[in-house]
Design a protein around this ligand. Structure first.
Ligand SMILES: *Cc1c(COP(=O)(O)O)cnc(C)c1O
Length: 374
């Protein structure tokens, strides 16, 4: 990607060493028998898909996975050469591209394979991972008969290789949830049906990896944890090793003014100064992913928490400064400054959502700047 000069000071700093350290710590925790599949869907949870995939691979991840065919093709175009799994459904007409680019696809029925193999003859086999729906209710084989059809179809096929079988948990990040144990047991019953065990049997996402070490199997799919974010508050409390956050979001004061008592700030004039105040303007708004629901959220300036006042505009927002400050003063919206820290969980709570959604909502307009440990 071309390195364009940045003028607006708003940027997301991505520390790739944090990602590498998370993968190394995870590798030590998992041991040699279990390999890491780095989940870089949705542009690496907003951190950049190619860059985070590369960092994860350098640190020991053996494979990467994404949600859609397009995401997989993009990784190949940018030179990722490890195995790539598309975890979600792929239409049958993706099979030829998948074979050409050595992309592994998830399958959930023999009809898909029949359709693909009837219409095409491949020079080399297409790699698939069979997806089992053990209770998530989203995508995958749900009954023994359907799995038997897949096994029968692929057993002597020269066109298709079953390289893996996997499932996905619905409640692994929650306290006291028997669902995970039930799903694991159900999944293993399905796995037993294979006449030849596929190379990679995998089930765990970040939460299950961190909380259920006994269920690690041949590989785990590590998404949110890669970026140093815990899947939930509960998992955060139970982490077997610390995770390092990779992303911080920063900008600089673009304008500072003295606002006399009784003047208002921003659309709708919802905020009025109760006294003479110092108001700073930040060059970031809801088009960047600073959602309007974040009004009242604090940012860090000079190591102190400072509130956003008035409604958040598309491209700008205002903060109430404790004192006069210079234009160009650094502002941290997500991350650490001196002894204070604001993380995605804090935004998520204010917005009634989860940190995953915050990470993927930071828009394209925010440039991602890649750094290593200072
Ligand atoms: C997104 C996803 C993951 C990764 O989940 P995290 O909670 O981010 O670790 C793993 N498996 C599947 C099927 C997914 O869709």
């Amino acid at each position: 990607m071309p390195n364009r000069k940045l003028f607006r000071p708003t940027k997301a700093m991505i520390n790739l060493d944090a990602i590498r350290d998370n993968v190394k710590a995870l590798n030590d925790y998992l041991g040699n028998e279990t390999s890491i599949i780095a989940v870089v869907k949705a542009d690496g949870y907003g951190h950049g898909d190619v860059e985070t995939a590369q960092a994860a691979i350098e640190a020991g991840a053996k494979m990467v996975s994404v949600a859609t065919p397009e995401e997989a093709v993009r990784l190949r175009e940018f030179g990722i050469s490890e195995d790539i799994l598309v975890m979600g459904p792929s239409p049958a007409d993706f099979a030829e591209t998948a074979m050409d680019l050595n992309i592994t696809v998830a399958v959930s029925g023999a009809e898909w394979l029949e359709e693909v193999c009837l219409t095409k003859k491949f020079d080399r086999p297409l790699k698939v991972h069979v997806k089992i729906d053990s209770g998530m209710g989203r995508y995958g084989v749900r009954d023994v008969k359907s799995l038997a059809e897949i096994i029968n179809f692929t057993k002597d096929s020269t066109q298709v290789i079953v390289d893996g079988v996997f499932t996905h948990y619905s409640c692994a990040d929650m306290e006291q949830c028997e669902t995970t144990d039930e799903q694991y047991a159900k999944f293993m019953e399905f796995v037993e049906l294979f006449t030849e065990k596929p190379r990679l049997v995998h089930a765990s996402n970040s939460a299950a990896t961190l909380l259920y070490p006994n269920y690690k199997l041949d590989a785990i799919r590590f998404g949110i944890g890669l970026y140093g974010i815990a899947p939930s508050e509960y998992v955060q409390q139970k982490l077997p090793f610390p995770l390092k956050r990779a992303l911080s979001l920063e900008t600089k004061l673009a304008h500072v003014k003295r606002l006399e008592k009784g003047w208002s700030v921003s659309y709708g004039a919802t905020y009025q100064s109760l006294e003479d105040e110092w108001i700073g303007t930040l060059p970031i708004g809801y088009a960047d992913g600073l959602r309007r629901g974040l009004h009242g959220q604090e940012v860090l300036i000079g190591g102190k928490r400072v509130p956003i006042v008035g409604t958040i505009c598309m491209d700008q927002c205002m903060v109430k400064l404790p004192e006069e400050m210079p234009v160009g003063e650094k502002v941290v919206l997500l991350g650490k400054q001196e002894n204070e820290e604001i993380n995605m969980e804090e935004w998520a709570e204010r917005l009634g959502t989860i940190p995953y959604e915050i990470a993927v909502s930071l828009s394209k307009r925010i440039p991602r700047v890649y750094i290593s440990n200072p």
